[in-house]
Ligand binder design. Structure first.
Ligand code: AMP
Length: 195
């Protein structure tokens, strides 16, 4: 089973991806997390990505495409994977199509999380304040100004993928503002049935 979770930052893709990991035993491939790990390690990719991520902009297509290409060759991806935060541009989607074709793999479904931007902004401000109050680390790019840049990047560069996948017949849309368990149920209802 191979799926893409598509939606703006803060829409709950990561939370739902983790639930899918537990239920279906396939890994979550979050390019954001892989990039944060690269930054933490101080690798050459991390060094190139750090400032861009801190600003809330997208890192270059080449970097993330290579990360995903390598990661999907790992043995734990053999039964499938959940792409969370990739692809984010049309160029990435095209590269993914080519990559999957080369590996003789098929994409099952692209799930679009539809959410209201004003609500996202509210959620993120709350999330940062709660984490701060609890003494937990706050993601640098959850700062409201940076978050706004991330939302802009979504609107301009990523949202065109909704049409991209709609034209290919793989797009399904869910209400990302529904309660978390209802979102999980909606996603489960869209997954391919295995015999
Ligand atoms: P995320 O955790 O998915 O919100 O990603 C955090 C940050 O990592 C983003 O704001 C981008 O700077 C970068 N990033 C993650 N995935 C991608 C991607 N597919 N293409 C470009 N940049 C990405």
């Amino acid at each position: 089973m191979r799926l893409i979770l598509l939606g703006p930052p803060g829409a709950g893709k990561g939370t739902q991806a983790q639930r899918l990991v537990v239920r279906h035993g396939i890994p979550q491939l979050s390019t954001g997390e892989m990039l944060r790990a690269a930054v933490a390690q101080g690798s050459s990719v991390g060094k190139r990505a750090k400032d861009i991520m801190d600003r809330g902009d997208l890192v270059s297509d080449d970097i993330v495409i290579q990360i995903v290409d390598e990661r999907t060759d790992e043995p734990d991806c053999a039964r499938g994977f959940i792409l969370d935060g990739f692809p984010r541009t049309v160029a990435q989607a095209e590269a993914l199509d080519a990559m999957l074709a080369r590996k003789h793999l098929k994409l099952d479904v692209v799930i679009e999380f539809r959410v209201d931007e004003a609500l996202l902004m509210e959620r993120i401000v709350k999330r940062a304040a709660e984490a701060h109050a609890a003494g937990q680390p706050v993601r640098r790019d959850d700062d409201p100004d940076v978050f706004k840049t991330r939302l802009d990047a979504y609107r301009v560069q990523t949202r065109p993928l909704v049409d991209y996948y709609r034209h290919r017949g793989t797009l399904q849309t869910i209400d990302g503002m529904a309660p978390m368990d209802a979102v999980t149920d909606a996603i489960e209802g869209l997954l391919p049935h295995r015999v």
